[in-house]
Structures are given as C-alpha cells and as structure tokens.
Design a protein. Structure first.
Length: 309
C-alpha cells in the first residue's frame, strides 16, 4: 500500500527561513480559568520539552468582554506568557514566538497604520520581549489598503520588532495582494483546518500556500475539541476512520488527527489547542504516524460526506 512520507523533524517559516517544529502549541485558551504564571510555565515547558518550539498567541486571546472591574481580558494570554518569560528569560531563546494583532476588541478589525503600530508595541510590552518571530494579521480589515498594511509590517521588520510576517483567515486574493505589496515576504498563513474543516484541501488555499512558499498553520486542528466528542453522523464517520488508524499505530485519536494534517504536501503545522501538559506533549507523537494514501483519503471522504468523483 502506498505510504505517505513521515513529517520532517523541522519545518521552516518560508523557504530557508526560521526553523520551527512541524507541530505547534497555541495559547488561545491559556488565560482561561485564572491560570497562574507558574501553571502557564508548566505548559510552556511541556511544549518545549516535547520538541514543540512554535508557540502561537494573539493580543485578543483572553478577551471575554467587559468585566465588573473594568477590564476585558484583552491581552491577558500575552501578558501571562510575558510573566513566564520574565521569570525564566532563557525560555525565550528556546521558542519561536508567534502572535497576532489587527482585531480591535471586541470587533471590528483595524489595520490602519496608527492602530497596527500601537497594537504591535503593546504586544511586545505584554510579552516582555523586543521581537516577535512571526507577527500575523489576525483577520483582514477590508478598509485597510494592503499597501499601507505592508508598509507598517515592512517598517516593523526593519526596526527589528518582528522577524517574519504572516496572515490568518485571509482569502486567497487578500493573501496575494498583501504578499505583492510586501515583495513576497509573507511566510505563513493560518486558516482553520481539521479533519472536520476540509475546505482548504480543495478550494486552492493550500495550493496557493505551496505556490507562494507559505507555511500553513492549522487552527483548531481538532475542530475546537469536536473531534473528541462525536455528535452527528459525519463526525462519527470521520472519527471511525481516525480511530482505525490510531489503533493500528498505537496513538490517540488526537494524534492521528494531527498527523493526518501533517501528511499533506503543503507541510501543514497543526496548532495544538489543549492546555493540559500531557496532551500537549502527546502531540509530538504525530511525527511518528505514517499514513497510507488509502487511509488518508478515507478520512477525507468521510469528512466530505460524498465519495470522490
Ligand atoms: P483544538 O485542538 O481543535 O481544540 C482544543 C480543545 O479541545 C481544548 O479545549 C481541549 O481541552 C479540547 N480537547 C478535548 N480532548 C482533547 C484531547 N484528547 N486532546 C487535545 N485536546 C482536547 O484547538 P483550538 O484550541 O480550538 O485552537 C488551537 C490554536 O489555534 C489556538 O490556541 C490558537 O493558537 C489557534 N487559533 C487561531 C484562530 C485564528 O483565528 N487564527 C482561531 C482559533 C484558534 P483541554 O485544554 O482540556 O485539553
């Protein structure tokens, strides 16, 4: 049976760019539940000790709306990581730090030069670092001219505030436009991809990523947790195919799901969303799971809900 290649030990952000682990850890949920800096540090260690070096956050992570004390939670996830880094500065050199900006809380989006410059400086302050390795525009601001956005990002690179530039939730034309004005310097795109969210496999997004040399970072690789609790026929079908391969290869369903994404030739980097140390560390097992072409397509077909043409 035709075997797909195992993922490589490292990938890069853009061709010849910053080396990253082929699987990442995300901190969307880090500031939930009043987690202390010591508890957050344990999760950072769990990721790094498992060889997961790409750590993804955003300025809006932690935002939950107005609270009685006047705060909103905006910036809380970055601030918590900043506390971890302040307590243990050596951790900074072990990670490739990714963050995002461009959403003006709660909404809408703002990528005017004034807003974006201020947002980046605020992220750097909260993270207690002088440079973000991958700065991503979180969601596209339809009212911002991509040339203006590109200029802000170019200036930030020149000033040493960010090393590389990425986008998230952009359409393909939006990616092409910003990349054009950036002189092809985009290195990453972050769409939602999971065995339950398969649009990008057939709508051209991953083909564009390969063409432009963008590393696709998959957000919510377990469908935000839906893959861990089945609720409808389609989900049951996908889970059955993942579980079959998971059992054969002695890994969990989550690991099978990550590895399924990683088997795609675009070099998808799934962002683990768990905030439990064992589950974060377990994610690294995805590097050992090898898919056959037949099993890979069986998951896709279950997710499509209709046979291949
Ligand atoms: P996910 O991996 O799809 O879902 C994680 C959720 O599943 C957690 O609540 C986790 O709970 C739960 N879960 C239940 N059983 C699990 C198991 N066996 N293994 C692992 N997780 C299990 O990812 P996500 O949190 O939705 O998103 C991942 C990352 O993507 C975020 O942290 C963020 O960096 C990024 N993201 C980006 C965007 C964007 O617009 N760019 C949007 C959403 C997310 P426990 O914590 O209890 O394990």
């Amino acid at each position: 049976m035709s075997q797909l290649p195992l993922p490589p030990a490292t990938r890069t952000l853009g061709p010849g760019g910053v080396a990253i682990s082929p699987i990442a850890w995300g901190m969307w949920r880090l500031a939930e539940g009043g987690r202390s800096a010591a508890e957050a540090a344990k999760l950072v260690h769990a990721a790094l000790d498992a060889g997961i070096t790409l750590l993804d956050t955003a300025d809006i992570y932690g935002f939950s709306g107005p609270r009685p004390d006047g705060t909103t939670g905006f910036g809380d996830a970055e601030a918590l990581l900043g506390e971890v880094l302040a307590a243990e500065p050596a951790l900074r050199g072990r990670m490739v730090l990714a963050s995002k900006g461009g959403i003006m809380p709660p909404l809408p989006y703002d990528q005017s030069a004034e807003y974006l410059n201020a947002a980046l400086d605020a992220s750097l302050r909260r993270l207690k670092t002088d440079c973000i390795d991958l700065y991503q525009i979180h969601r596209p601001d339809i009212l911002a001219h991509p040339q203006e956005v590109a200029r802000v990002l170019d200036d930030a690179v020149a000033a040493g505030k960010i090393r590389t530039v990425g986008v998230s939730n952009f359409t393909m034309p939006q990616i092409a436009a910003l990349n054009q004005f950036l002189g092809n310097k985009l290195v990453a795109t972050q769409p939602e991809i999971s065995p339950l969210r398969i649009d990008c496999f057939e709508n051209g997004e991953l083909d564009q990523a390969m063409m432009l040399g963008l590393t696709p970072l998959a957000w919510s690789p377990l469908g935000g947790g839906r893959l861990t609790s089945e609720s409808n026929d389609r989900e049951r079908g996908v889970i059955a195919e993942l579980d079959r391969v998971a059992a054969e290869q002695g890994v969990s369903r989550s690991v099978a799901a990550y590895s399924w994404l990683m088997a795609h030739p675009a070099g998808i980097v799934p962002i683990i969303g768990s905030q439990q140390a064992e589950r974060i560390a377990e994610g690294a097992q995805a590097l050992t799971v090898q898919w056959t072409r037949t099993d890979w397509y069986a998951v896709l077909v279950a997710a499509r809900g209709v046979p291949l043409p």
